[in-house]
Write a protein that binds this ligand. Structure first.
Ligand code: C5P
Length: 240
């Protein structure tokens, strides 16, 4: 199986302010059950040293820094990410096709043996609705804009997109495998919603076309995170 389709489909979001808190949760999880996502807050606070420590625990890491800048600058950031050996990194599709192509070329230029990091692009942030898009001068519905940016991402040769699970099915039909649909906003049936509004269960998201699920608090704030992950993976296996 390729790196794209193999391995756990759950990516646990380590949304913590410092390395100690993140490592305390990571040490209670099993790399055979999940990958880990490191975002802005944790990376700005804990830096590359934390990524090395997560790798030492055998986890694959999604570095979720959503690069969006001129192509040369984004290419440099992607080279730095590839040198860290992360499993996945992302950019904003709204940065345009030349920026995405430069990001992809940069990753390939660094990794000469083994697999380069997977590169995916954020389509429309799930916090945005049609009025927010209009406020940015975009006169499309959210599904239309997500499809438009996913097409741009696909044409630029990236490995997939971050999107809402509500859009994953349409994007899977349009672009097929192995183009990834990485979806946040997932809640097991008995979990608290927190600040997420349009949520889906893990089984529903997989049925609708998500390839990977980003799940934070339902796992990280559980009394027994490993048991919650086991139940989620069983639900995914039953739905797949
Ligand atoms: O705790 P929870 O499961 O809500 O965490 C979801 C994770 O996915 C967070 O790291 C959040 O920043 C991220 N995310 C999201 N919605 C998006 C993009 C990313 O919730 N559209």
């Amino acid at each position: 199986m390729s790196q794209i389709s193999s391995g756990p489909r759950v990516i646990v979001a380590l949304d913590y302010p410092d390395a100690d808190a993140a490592l305390a949760v990571a040490s209670r999880l099993n790399p055979s059950q999940c990958r880990l996502k490191v975002g802005f807050e944790l990376f700005v606070s804990a830096g590359p040293a934390l990524i090395e420590r997560l790798h030492a625990l055998d986890f694959q890491v999604f570095l979720d820094l959503k690069f969006h800048d001129i192509p040369n600058t984004v290419a440099g950031a992607c080279r730095a990410a590839a040198r860290l050996g992360v499993w996945m990194v992302n950019v904003h599709a709204a940065g345009g096709r030349p920026m995405m192509a430069a990001a992809r070329e940069a990753l390939e230029s660094v990794v000469t043996t083994g697999q380069r990091p997977l590169l995916i692009a954020v389509t429309v942030l799930t916090s945005m609705d049609e009025a927010d898009l209009a406020g940015c001068g975009v006169n499309r519905t959210v599904p239309e804009q997500a499809h438009y940016l996913a097409a741009l991402t696909h044409a630029a040769g990236l490995d997939g997109v971050v999107c809402s699970a509500h859009e994953a099915g349409a994007l899977k039909s349009a672009f097929g495998e192995p183009f990834l649909r990485v979806t946040p906003g997932i809640r097991p049936a008995d979990a608290a919603l927190g600040d997420q509004k349009r949520v889906m269960t893990p089984g529903e998201a997989i049925c609708l076309g998500s390839s990977h699920l980003v799940i934070g608090r339902p796992v990280t704030q559980a009394h027994d995170p490993a048991a919650v992950l086991t139940a989620i993976n069983q639900e995914i296996a039953a739905a797949a």
